[in-house]
Design a binder for this molecule. Structure first.
Ligand code: GLA
Length: 473
């Protein structure tokens, strides 16, 4: 990938710093540094696992791993924040990843390695490796720090073993391998981490995976702000519950329309099979489902199977405790959100006059309302933050990522960002001591960053004057 010379130099310099820490830790130099960015999703929430396109951009904040290989088949995984993230050592042939509860950080690293090992002919030939991980992506913030860790680890493994995969192949491998953790995510986070390009937002299509550039209007910038509520989607059943509700709704619609339903998992597959427009799908949802939640027995009757079979064969372990399911609201979100992504892309293609910019803002805010009311994946703090962003002049604002906490993103006029940040500080963060302490890391202006890549540290750049590594405020 071509990148500007300043950035090239900066990356070498940053690598150099991590390389020094690596040498201190392992007593020899790192061979290279793998880099994989986090992301902010501009629009298209909770629809990637239904096969619909999404529109994220990579952050300039990344996960970096300094790497050397060893001939003892051992993995040594360490973190520059070692007080928070404990060291791990184990054999590369025994990648033990546990599903359920809050996984420890090194399990995400193992997912990346496992993904590669499942996709090579002779996995027993994989080299042992020494990793030193450095994270710049705020954790539990909806900015995809865990997927960036999986992607970075997979990239490190391919580079250490001189394996050759395309970025799209690695994105798909990582999307599947992260599911070893137990969360049934789609492929957005891994796709943008590998396919991003500096300065460009991306429309990501699935089945097959494809990305295309989206030119954002010149006159806006994006501000990311943390609600203060930490969200780890692997630690609760919320995420998988939404996946299950959407899937059951899709399967019921398939049965009613005489389609083979057991293998039908995504709303887009259903829409294709029915050859209906998104508007027609919404009408179908409205005429089929009642607004109130469904019980297990109601769903098993509609699917024409026993409640026991529904429970044991069609619900994953993490959601087998559920007794009631929202179907109408969840599918309403999925189809309206899919339409909003298309409208956002079309509006960007139409150029960036003021009415276009306002339409983009409206789409973002409608997306938040749909996430809040129909998908029920927001929380009071995120709603407060989004309201405050709108009151302070954002064209649009919404939660970003899985939700239930984490960050909101706002689109604001270029040039107004300093005033906007001050208003958020005053109205949200400075209300209490806790907020004041964390606001410097919790609030930043962002622009589309580069995708995953490998850099080779060089000592001779020690004296080069360099810009700061990211744009935190
Ligand atoms: C998480 C998942 C993604 C996507 C988002 C919600 O980040 O990993 O695949 O589903 O939530 O849009």
């Amino acid at each position: 990938m071509m990148i500007g010379i300043d950035n090239e130099v900066r990356r070498f310099k940053e690598g150099n710093h991590l390389e020094k820490a690596f040498t201190e830790k392992y007593g020899h130099a790192a061979e290279f540094i793998a880099v994989a960015p986090g992301r902010v999703n501009l629009i298209g929430e909770h629809i990637d696992y239904h096969g619909y396109s999404v529109l994220p951009m990579a952050l300039s904040q990344s996960i970096r791993i300094a790497v050397s290989s060893n001939d003892s088949s051992q993995l040594h995984i360490s973190n520059t924040s070692g007080d928070k993230y404990k060291d791990y050592s184990g054999s590369i042939s025994d990648l033990d990843i546990k599903k359920g509860s809050a996984p420890s950080w090194h399990q995400y690293v193992l997912c990346g390695i496992k993904g590669v090992s499942e996709n090579v002919k002779n996995s027993e030939d994989l080299l042992g490796m020494n990793f030193l991980v450095e994270g710049q992506v705020p954790p539990n913030a909806g900015l995809s720090s865990s997927s960036a860790l999986v992607c970075c680890s997979a990239l490190a493994t391919t580079q250490a073993n001189k394996l050759s995969f395309t970025p799209s192949e690695l994105a798909s491998i990582c999307a599947s391998s992260e599911r070893h953790i137990g969360t049934e995510g789609g492929g957005m986070d891994q796709a943008i981490s590998f396919l991003a390009e500096e300065g460009k937002a991306k429309l990501i299509d699935f089945d097959p995976l494809k990305s295309s550039n989206v030119v954002l209007p010149q006159q806006v910038v994006f501000v990311v702000a943390h609600s203060g509520v930490e969200m780890n989607k692997a630690a609760t059943a919320d995420f998988n519950t939404r996946v299950a509700e959407g899937r059951l709704g899709v399967q019921i619609l398939a049965v009613i329309n005489n389609l083979e339903w057991k293998s039908m998992k995504k709303a887009k597959e259903l829409q294709k099979a029915l050859k209906r427009s998104t508007k027609e799908m919404l009408a179908l949802v409205a005429e089929t489902f009642h607004e109130e939640p469904y019980s297990l027995s109601e769903i098993s009757d509609l699917l024409e199977i026993s409640a026991e079979d529904l429970h044991s064969q069609h619900l994953s372990a993490s959601v087998q405790h559920l007794r009631s399911f929202e179907l109408r609201k969840r599918l309403r979100h999925v189809f309206t959100e899919a339409a909003r992504v298309e409208a956002f892309r079309d509006t960007c293609e139409g150029g960036g006059d003021l009415s276009g910019v306002q339409s983009l803002g409206d789409l973002m805010h409608d997306s938040h309302v749909s996430c809040r009311d129909d998908y029920e994946c927001s929380c009071p703090e995120l709603d407060e933050l989004v309201d405050l962003m709108m009151k302070n002049g954002a064209y649009g604002a919404r939660l970003t990522g899985a939700g239930w906490g984490g960050c909101a993103v706002a689109m604001v006029a270029k040039g107004s960002e300093d005033v906007f940040l001050r208003c958020l500080k005053k109205g949200f963060y400075e209300k209490d001591e806790e907020g004041r302490k964390r606001m410097d890391d919790a609030l930043f202006v962002t622009a589309p960053g580069a995708g995953a890549h490998v850099v080779f540290p060089r000592d001779d750049l020690d004296n080069v004057e360099l810009p700061p590594p990211n744009n935190f405020y």
